[in-house]
Design a protein around this ligand. Structure first.
Ligand code: GLP
Length: 241
């Protein structure tokens, strides 16, 4: 695992966006796995700026989602599908056809999970998967004690994650209880994992991820098992390393 400490979130966004540009130069139709939450926004801004400045032709890039809420109506502004379309797909000038994600509105949620795992494999696998980290060490929505070999599946959010994500909703009660998430085993199949963590709130989770044992109680520690994992942290998030 490579750990890169940057001065601040903007520098982290810039560094990771540059890595994505280099990937797209090598492989114009790369499948980019994106994450939601506040942390990756500087990456998406930096990448869109580079694409607009024609640093790279991203017109053949493909985008895929890491996770999704279950039960939000189609088009809800906080469904991760809506967020990824708004924050990534549209700013890059891509068509919605270049984008895939699990169907959180499906009646058969388990079927939708299996279908998404198959779709990722049929698309040739994820070339670069961006990850954030929850304050409890979760990646995607793989909460503590998730199996390290898990596949895409339905999960129940912990109270802490629902509280952490309540800021995106009008009231905390609106945060769904259930989600679909790529499993840890699914995530580990991506060719390159890039986790960005910023701010002091993430310092404990980062220290456990990087310096603790590989353990399902800290799902992000599974990155230690990956042959090409990069953890980018600002100084605040690195403060307990
Ligand atoms: C959610 C997402 C994760 C993300 C986490 C942290 O739980 N499912 O993918 O990493 O939030 O979000 P933030 O970056 O806003 O702290």
């Amino acid at each position: 695992m490579e750990v890169v400490i940057v001065p601040d979130a903007a520098a982290g966004g810039e560094l990771i966006a540059e890595a994505m540009v280099e990937l797209l130069r090598r492989k114009p139709d790369a499948l980019l796995g994106v994450a939601t939450g506040s942390t990756p926004l500087p990456i998406y801004e930096a990448l869109a700026t580079k694409v607009r400045a024609k640093a790279v032709d991203a017109s053949r890039a493909r985008i895929c989602q890491l996770d999704e809420y279950v039960g939000l109506p189609a088009g809800h502004p906080e469904s991760y599908r809506s967020v990824v379309l708004r924050e990534v797909v549209e700013p890059l000038g891509l068509s919605p056809d270049s984008f895939m994600g699990p169907d959180g509105t499906a009646e058969d949620v388990r079927g939708a999970c299996a279908a998404y795992d198959r779709a990722l494999a049929e698309a040739g696998g994820v070339d670069l998967q961006l990850l954030g980290i929850g304050t409890d060490g979760h990646i995607g929505f793989n909460e503590p004690c998730s199996s390290l070999v898990s596949r895409t599946r339905i999960k129940t959010l912990t109270q802490q994650t629902r509280e952490d994500n309540a800021r995106f909703f009008d009231s905390p009660d609106e945060v769904p209880h259930h989600v679909i998430t790529q499993g840890i085993g699914t995530i580990l199949e991506a060719r390159h994992l890039v986790l960005l963590a910023t701010g002091e709130r993430k310092a404990d989770a980062v220290a456990q991820t990087v310096e603790g044992p590989v353990a399902s109680i800290v799902p992000a520690s599974a990155l230690q098992l990956h042959p090409h994992a990069t953890v980018v942290v600002d100084e605040a998030a690195a403060s307990k390393l």
